[in-house]
Structure formats: C-alpha cells, structure tokens
Design a protein around this ligand. Structure first.
Ligand code: ZN
Length: 435
C-alpha cells in the first residue's frame, strides 16, 4: 500500500498546498466560527464528524471556555483613516480580545499593542485565551512612526457561552486497533503552523478512505491543548485502542524534518518514523520526548502515555518566521508538503506491513538458485539490495524478529524488505509466526 512515485508526490503536494491556501485566510481561534469554517473545508474532502462541546463542560482538569467570534477590528488615526485593519491581516488582533470601542491617546493605545522590535517589519501572533484583555499587533516600524494624537479603536468581537468545535474522521480498517493522526486548528492566518498540517491530514484521510488497511485510522482536527484535552476526556474509554499516533504541525517548509519521539520512546511509531526519516535522503533531526510542544503533551501525559510522536519540518519556535506574519503562503511549498506526506506514508506502510515470520528452511541456507530466486533479480543496485534483504530475512526470521527489526538491522528501506519477504513467502520459504 501507499507507495507513491515521483509524479504522484508532486501532485499530492500541490493538492495539499491548494487546501492550505484555501484555509489560510480564515480567522481561527480555539473556539468560534473560524474553526467551523475550516472544518467545513476539510469536510469537502472527507466525511468529517463535527462535534460541538458546550462552554462550561468540565474536561479533565480544564473547562471548555466561552466561544470567541470576531467580525471587524481597526485603529483609526485623528483623520479617521484606518491605520490597522483586521480585514488586511487577522494577526492584527490578539486572539480572544474582548470587545472595545473608544478614543484614546497614543500613550493609552501603546499599552494595548504588541510588536517585534527585532523583526520590525513583521506582525506578531498573540493570544490571551484565559485572561480577559484586548490588544492589537502590528509591525514595529509602523508602531514607531505613530504620531502623538488621538486614536479610535474598535474590536467588534464577542466572548460568550457557545461551544468548542472539533472534527474527527475514522477510516475503519480490518482491526479496531487505531492509528491516531492529530492536527491543531486554532491558529489564524499562519500557513506552516498549522494550515500545512490540517491540509496534509485531509489529503491523507482522503487517500486512506479508499484503501483496505489493517489498522483503523482516526484523524483529529481540534484546537490546540483544550481541543485535545476535550477529545481525551470524551474518549477516555477508547484510547486503549490507539496503538500508534502522530501529531503533525509545520509540515510545509524546507527545514528538518524534525521528529520528537513519544514519551515511551521505543514504540512502533517511534521506530517506523525514524526508519522513514533515515531513508528519506533528507537531514532529519530526531529528538527524545520532552513535555513541551503540541498536543503530544496531552496524549503523552502519564495517565494516557499513548504511543504518539510529533512530526514537523522546522522545529516550532526555532525559526524567525514562527508565530509571525512571515509564516505565510510563500513560506510553504508543494514540494516540501509532498515530501512530508511521503515521510508519513512511508512510516504508515512500515506499520501496516510489519509482521514476524519463520524461515521454513532454517537449517542451512535454502537453495535460492533452484527456486529461481537469484534469477528473478537483475544485476542493478536494487537487485543487490533485494539479495541482501533476502539473506537478512531468511537469517532473522526465527519467529522473534519483525520485518521492521530486519530493515533496521540490514539498513535497508522497509519497502525493499517487505517486497522481498512477499516473494519469499510466495516460494514457501516464510510462514507467519504463530502458524
Ligand atoms: Zn503555534
């Protein structure tokens, strides 16, 4: 399954990019119509279940917050000209800003403005979910040039009882064991963080929906932190089915790739993802688990301790574009998105195809020539790899080593090991362990 060739990768990358571009302008937050609109775009591709959880619902140690929506916001100068306009960039308003309309001096206004003095041309991204406040964000260059006069500010927002919204798509496989794929949907116009993750998982869900798989695949599109906590609170009884999982974010830039292992550190997803990265031809960075990052923090909290890792390209916080207006559509590319997609599908293929076998001729090597197995292989480089794979598989298939163990030990791509094992099984040289 899932063995994309080059033209397919490019086409896939282009489709992911197109969806990322479509959802990029939407003003999302941890609740509100921006999330709903985003999930409607995802629903155009896969049959998403959208859940609405009322404000005030207790979820683990948290409570679902009030719902935030915004219609308009601006700052006008003394001549009535809009010098900051929410309609030009939704980053201009701090997320969860309470409504305000008043005139004020420059000194008063400055208490409600965030800038990035070290990156004077960029607008920062700021939130204030759990403290009632309001603020604008703007470039430091514009901020410094503001004349000392009277300004009028408007934030036409509402913060009231409503719902937290998340979306879920379950592709049913042959077993109820699940592979969780999770992306946060709470950032406004930031392309890499995380339109890239939402769009990539949508494309993957669409592709998986047409495949027969061993595992069931659960795709979760939820606001960061509170969304994952809400989902966990409502699905506590089913989380034991999650055997593998990935949180994805920032998949569209050329950096990394960066993989942070699950808290357990040696689960199949850790090994399959590291294996996929090792054979990617890129320069991956592998990190051990740490309790700082995205929603793997919730999935890997000790009471759940799920086998869930984090895949990114550049690491969050480590690049100048992070949480600024420079994280725009120019920062992500179809090529990088296609590469990220392939990294994930390669890891999925390793998890789907992993199995343990017994070599049926374990005393001495089986005579491969007599079975036409050397003849079946040409003289090219792939053939050399397939020959080595054959020898490794026959030697290590003692009912103890899986194909992934063998691929790791032989330093061969899992796809080569799997293809070769299928050939050996066809010649009755392998039988599944336990049979
Ligand atoms: Zn972020």
């Amino acid at each position: 399954m899932l063995s994309p060739v080059k033209p397919v990768i490019d086409e896939t990358g282009a489709e992911i990019f197109a969806l990322a571009a479509k959802i990029y302008p939407i003003c999302r937050s941890i609740t509100g119509d921006g999330v709903r609109q985003t999930l409607r775009e995802v629903s155009a591709h896969v049959a998403l279940d959208v859940h609405e959880v009322p404000t005030g619902t207790p979820v683990l140690d948290w409570t679902v917050p009030r719902e935030w929506n915004i219609r308009d916001a601006w700052i006008k100068n003394a001549r009535g000209e809009k010098i900051v306009d929410f309609n030009r960039s939704n980053l201009h308003v701090m997320s969860y800003s309470v409504p305000v309309r008043q005139k004020m001096s420059l000194g008063e206004l400055k208490k409600h403005i965030y800038t990035l003095p070290d990156q004077p041309d960029l607008i920062p991204y700021r939130t204030s979910y759990y403290a009632e406040n309001w603020a604008f964000c703007m470039s430091h260059r514009q901020f410094e040039a503001l004349p000392d006069e009277t300004y009028e500010v408007l934030i036409d927002s509402s913060l009231s009882d409503g719902h937290l919204t998340y979306g879920e798509y379950l592709h049913r496989g042959e077993t109820q064991d699940e592979f969780l794929l999770s992306a946060h949907v709470c950032h406004p116009s930031l392309a890499n963080d995380n339109c890239s993750g939402i769009a990539l998982l949508t494309q993957l869900a669409k592709r998986m929906s047409g495949l027969r798989t061993r595992y069931s695949y659960r795709f979760l599109f939820a606001p960061g932190t509170i969304g994952a906590i809400t989902w966990l609170a409502r699905n506590e009884n089913g989380v034991h089915r999650i055997k593998h999982g990935l949180v994805v974010s920032m998949l569209g830039d050329r950096g990394g790739p960066t993989f942070k292992k699950s808290r357990r550190g040696n689960t199949d997803i850790d090994r399959a993802m590291v294996h996929s990265l090792d054979h990617s031809g890129l320069s991956p960075v592998i990190e051990e688990f740490s309790p700082y990052g995205y929603d793997e923090r919730q999935y890997c909290s000790p009471g759940f301790n799920l086998p869930v890792g984090l895949l990114q390209r550049s690491k969050f916080g480590a690049i100048p574009e992070y949480h600024t207006s420079a994280d725009n559509l120019d920062f992500i590319s179809p090529e990088a998105l296609g590469e990220s997609y392939r990294l994930i599908t390669d890891a999925i293929a390793a998890i789907e195809g992993n199995a343990v076998f017994h070599n049926t001729v374990s005393k001495g090597e089986p005579q491969l020539g007599r079975r036409g197995l050397y003849g079946a292989i040409g003289g090219d480089k792939d053939a050399a790899a397939a020959n080595m794979a054959m020898l490794w598989i026959l030697n290590l298939s003692d009912g103890e080593h899986s194909l992934l163990d063998i691929a790791e030990r032989a330093k061969l791509p899992f796809a080569v090991v799997k293809r070769t094992a299928d050939l050996l099984a066809k010649h009755d040289l392998l039988r599944p362990a336990g049979t």
